[in-house]
Design a protein around this ligand. Structure first.
Ligand code: RUB
Length: 307
């Protein structure tokens, strides 16, 4: 494998690079590195591109942002010779990264609009898209405060809490299991997404669906912030989203618990009936419009191929 590609792949696998948006941009960058580093003929280019593509997709199974980023860069590649293909891949990768960053900005603006002045917000894990909305609301002059979950077992909530505090936002970190206890004080839940299925179900960090249930019970609006490349074309043809299950040692050392089994699924699915809105760069939509986003806005058909 190409050294710079492998470096990024390993970082995605080990979660040094994590979060669906970042994973997507990192995969695009890895493809750009491949194009820059390739030496050989056109047949070799296509063969190696295929291997790099499969390798990158295999690094984490749940976030469709990874696949969509790879397909975006690869499926648009055009050229009759290696030099043209190289340029095309580099351009596509740069385009994806730029569009992804622009999408975040727009989502921040749209999502901030949904956050009332004086609101208490609850967020889970560490989502750049969700944070963008919260930070934008604060920059717009709204007085907000945030409860954020620590997010076991990886504690991504620590990143979130630090980022919010750095912005001067009033933030309180709670354990994941305290969500229902605090829900009575919450005005809106704002989370991100790894994948959105064609039926509007949102796959995000484990525990998200429990939070949605608690919000639903308390009649607290639950919004998801996600770029359109988090929508999964494969789900249109009935493919299920694979939920990543990681090493139980991330929870505890099984050697200290003889006779005890551990399970460590790291994502779960929140059904659309618990979701009030999905904030995308194309607008704030109902989760039931997921299919439309997949067919129209992403302009990709099944298997990620362009129509
Ligand atoms: C991260 C996670 C985030 C989404 C969205 O999980 O569940 O909520 O990826 O993030 P992990 P973003 O830490 O296991 O990757 O909005 O930054 O794309």
């Amino acid at each position: 494998m190409y050294a710079r590609v492998e470096d990024i792949g390993k970082k995605i696998k080990s979660m040094e690079i994590r979060g669906a948006g970042r994973i997507g941009r990192a995969a695009a960058l890895a493809l750009k590195y491949f194009a820059e580093d390739f030496e050989g003929n056109i047949q070799g280019f296509y063969e190696d591109l295929d291997n790099v593509k499969e390798y990158l997709i295999s690094t984490r199974p749940t976030a469709v942002s990874l696949k969509n980023a790879v397909y975006y860069v690869v499926n648009r590649a055009k050229g009759e010779n290696v030099e043209d293909l190289r340029k095309s891949i580099i351009k596509n990768a740069e385009d994806f990264i730029k569009r992804s960053e622009e999408a975040l900005e727009i989502i921040g603006k749209y999502g901030a609009g949904r956050i009332p002045d004086g609101a208490t917000i609850l967020t889970h894990c560490n989502s750049s898209a969700a944070l963008q909305c919260i930070i934008q609301a604060h920059r717009d002059g709204k007085k907000i405060r945030v409860f954020n979950t620590e997010t076991r077992p990886w504690l991504q909530g620590h990143i979130t809490a630090r980022a919010l505090a750095k912005e001067g936002i009033d933030v309180t970190m709670i354990v994941d299991s305290a969500v229902r206890y605090f829900m009575r004080d919450v005005d809106i839940v704002v989370v991100g997404a790894d994948t959105i299925a064609s039926n509007g179900a949102v796959i995000n960090k484990i525990g998200t669906s429990q939070i949605a249930l608690a919000a639903h019970e308390a009649r607290v609006p639950f919004i998801v912030c996600a770029e359109t490349y988090k929508f999964s074309p494969e789900t249109v043809i009935g493919k299920l989203v694979k939920i990543e299950e990681r090493d139980p040692r991330e929870i505890a050392n099984p050697d200290d618990f003889p006779g005890v089994k551990f399970r460590n699924p790291v994502f779960d699915a929140t059904p659309p009936e618990y979701i009030d809105a999905i904030v995308t760069e194309k607008g704030v939509i109902s989760p039931y419009l997921a299919y439309e986003i997949i067919k129209e806005v992403m302009n990709v058909g099944i298997e990620g191929k362009e129509d």
